[in-house]
Design a protein around this ligand. Sequence first.
Ligand code: NIG
Ligand code: FE
Length: 407
Amino acid sequence: MTRPPLWDGLLLDARLATLDGPGYGLVEDGALAWKDGRIAWVGPRGALPAGDGPLAAQVLQAGGRLVTPGLVDCHTHLVFGGNRAGEFEQRLAGASYEEIARAGGGIVSTVRATRAADPASLLAQSLPRARALVADGATTVEIKSGYGLDFDSERRMLQVARQVGASLGIEVRTTFLGAHALPPEYSGRADDYIAAVCEWLPRLHAEGLVDAVDAFCERIGFDAAQTRRVFEAARALGLPVKLHADQLSDGAGAALVAEFGGLSADHVEHTSPEGVAAMARAGTVAVLLPGAFHVLRETRLPPLDAFRARGVAMAVATDCNPGTSPLQSLRLAMSLACTHFRLTPEEALRGTTVHAARALGLHDRGRLAAGLRADFVLWNAKAPAELCYWLGGNLAASAWSGGRQLY
Ligand code: NIG
Ligand code: FE
């Protein structure tokens, strides 16, 4: 009698970029096996265990192509109603992002469209964006609220975000971003609005809708004292925090989120040396969002050399949102990080795998190593740098999430 197969699946003849250890962690002529949703074995084919029975129920050939961990998009706002193509035209005609926001456009205009959308419509509008991310290699996607700005609409956004994950078979992590902008009904009463946000948070958390808490600490968002109140509410519930920090000006946001042991400070173009030092001490990840930098035609670069010198981990994400970054490809975000921020393709790939997982507090993915989730992508490419080099194109040939094939 032959014994049952050792593993559920086995991929052979793969060029593995494991991201485990230094560099890409390349394994030529590699093999990757999975069982019960986890990676069971990874290494050179020649080192596969010998035995009398079959190794796996399903054996696949990669044909020498590149295999990486499933990509992690650790910062998106992809659930929203409508779009802001009109603002894109206004900005090209000379208006600034801040001017449009102060004139009642910007985030608040998406709030109007999002509040007006029922759950089915919100899901239907959001799914194509999530599908595009998945088709380009993402297997884990973070989605923020922040276009509802009242209890019911924020709750609806978070529920739709969870539905996106269930519909596509990927893992969605939800972040409560009630402190994204001041809704019109609270005009002149920002502190009262923050009190409301702090009151909604435990209720949303009790429904299992919140994995992390974020805020927009900025001249056109909330100040440091208001952000601190939101973070204290998160801490009282044991929820991790992250922050839209120092995007348009230095509001000492990076230092503030680091003080709370935050998972990440995001954008960080204007972060000061003190902010970088605080992030290094706290182990807070810098999430680079080159899509917003590109669309807003920013010129101020994040302090990349300081991050490198201090050993601050750098992640890269799409920031997929209707205003500053209508970007639906994590590979394009990686490419923009290389061209605008001079990241190496290796830093960019680490930024959408290992470091992106860390920015979400996830330690079970982001590398190809035994025991981690079987999230991986087979690419129509040989060299890892191709992921950043090609702009567009159908590079992702197939992808697995938790050992289940997505496409
Ligand atoms: O990450 N900066 C604040 N939030 C978003 C933009 C949201 C919007 O304009 O709709 C961002 O860039
Ligand atoms: Fe954002």
